[in-house]
Design a protein around this ligand. Structure first.
Ligand code: ADP
Ligand code: TYD
Length: 196
């Protein structure tokens, strides 16, 4: 099972991914986490560019689109191997992040057409102001206007691609429970309604 968390910076993805991994392991499922951008040389270059003040300009965004696609392709063999070993994979981001952050949409789709599609996409949704209030905003992408548009892109895709939209603008435990409820049917786990 290839589960993907999506959402703007500061939505709570890394936090909730840890909770979900612990819960699935407690429930008897081998589970591993992968992160985009990866720690490969391509991922390292991406993180360097993301700190540039001009990261949102058109050519840099196109370069990032290509680099994210290459970085993602490096992950595909690893994901397939884990799936063959019946390991559930939880990914912090996927090609949907490229569709939400970079453009033009059709070109981003084209350069990502060979990547594996997730079985489940959880979109942690909240407004950009609430998200930014949680993080320092060191990356150039971490700005109001930019993330407002990214959120809009996510919500548009959510309709068309059947994302599970989770309200991320509430307490950590409530978000955790909502995610459990969304995931449980896929693993035939029953979830108590109590907020732990
Ligand atoms: N439900 C929540 N309410 C308030 N703060 C949260 C919540 N979930 C996570 N945080 C905090 O917000 C910050 C960003 O969380 P993180 O999981 O790193 O988000 P992301 O991986 O989506 O960027 C962290 O400091 C984290 O402790
Ligand atoms: C995977 C991916 C991430 N990004 C952006 C989202 C983040 O701002 C940044 C990833 O840096 P990161 O520090 O990992 O942020 P986050 O914790 O929010 O994932 O790169 C893209 O623009 N396109 C992509 O395809």
């Amino acid at each position: 099972m290839y589960i993907v968390f999506e959402g703007i910076d500061g939505a709570g993805k890394s936090t909730q991914i840890q909770h979900l991994k612990e819960w699935l392991i407690e429930s008897g499922f081998k589970t591993e986490i992968v992160v985009e951008p990866t720690n490969s040389d391509v991922g390292k270059l991406i993180r360097k560019i993301l700190r540039n003040p001009n990261a949102t300009n058109e050519n840099t965004q196109r370069t990032l689109g290509l680099l994210f696609a290459a970085d993602r392709m490096l992950l595909m063999d690893e994901i397939e191997k884990k799936e063959n070993e019946k390991i559930a994979i939880i990914s912090d981001r996927s090609f949907y992040s490229s569709l939400a952050y970079q453009k033009p949409f059709e070109w981003i789709k084209e350069i990502n057409k060979y990547v594996k599609k997730p079985d489940i996409v959880l979109l942690l949704d909240l407004d950009e102001k609430s998200a930014l209030s949680r993080i320092e905003g060191e990356d150039t992408f971490e700005s109001d206007e930019f993330l407002k548009n990214v959120r809009k892109n996510y919500l548009k895709m959510a309709e068309e691609s059947n994302f599970k939209i989770i309200n991320a603008n509430t307490g950590e435990n409530r978000v955790k429970l909502e995610i459990k409820r969304a995931i449980a049917p896929y693993f035939e786990i029953c979830v108590s309604g109590i907020i732990e």
